[in-house]
Design a protein. Sequence first.
Length: 353
Amino acid sequence: MTSRSLSDLPPVGVIGSGNFGTTVANLLARHRNVFLYVRDEKTIDHILQKREIRGHKLNKHITPINDLAELARQCDIIFPIVPSAHFRAMMKKLSPYLHPYHVLIHGSKGLDITLPKGQTLETVTKLSRTQVKTMSEVIREESVVVRVGCLAGPNLSKELSARQPAATVIASPFNEVISIGKRLLRSDRFQVYGNNELIGVELAGVLKNIIAIAAGALNGMGYGENARGLLISRGVVEIIHLGRALGGKTKAFLGVAGIGDLVATCNSPLSRNFQVGYKLAQGMKPQEVFESMDEVAEGVNTVRIMKKCADFYKVRAPITSTLYKVLFEDVTVKEALDYLMRYPLNIDIDFID
């Protein structure tokens, strides 16, 4: 497609210039002009001069912008890709410029928490589903947008940027949103699948980050493939139990966005969550690990949230509960692994009738 034919098509917006947001912008720029929202003016100047950000070369069809009103005016289709901790605040800023005709497909793998006045995530003991929202639910709460979807799957930014073969899932109750995602993202090296189970797919992308931290810890301890295979298989079971307690359906956790994403992140040092576990196993304190990373590892907050959801719904989640002790209660990785190996489990698969 030539730049002349591109100019005849409406541009697409991406909000968030982190590694994944930049990667998605590059994928989209093969088919459309892209407005990439960047908060910092200096970063915009750098992009315009160097056509790169943090080592990611930017397609010539990407235009950096720091005006949400202009982005919403120009783009009917927007991909918000910001950390979950900042997602609701971003939507509050964006929502005055949104209309029912907009389509939002987010790529954020995290959860939004609503707490009683005076409470914090550290002080609250249990969390119910009414307090825990996915990003699609935040979009609907904060805006008039109806057609919402999410982008999920084994999408490690570095591999996508290198045009290595990969796939993703566009999840939405609206087939139109799935079709839009396929049309904008699919290429000869990037397959796009559809799934109507939006909440389950969102939860799959969130929950696998917990298991990825544990996989990094195994690697950091020097354990091999048998241990990783055990972790992944038990991780699938735990993810399904937690996901179903929060309203997801089993099949959402068994596809590309579930097992596919889980296997990729549990086997890749490129994953930020894997790196958290690895560094903990190497003897770093949790706070040292967090300070050593240039981007948020969503799994850390997910562990904290899901431990409290598991307590509320009385779901047995030994991997999550044990990681919680490592991250927030000064238990060592070795002590945690020793405990898990003694944990009494007699049934292999208990989520299929």
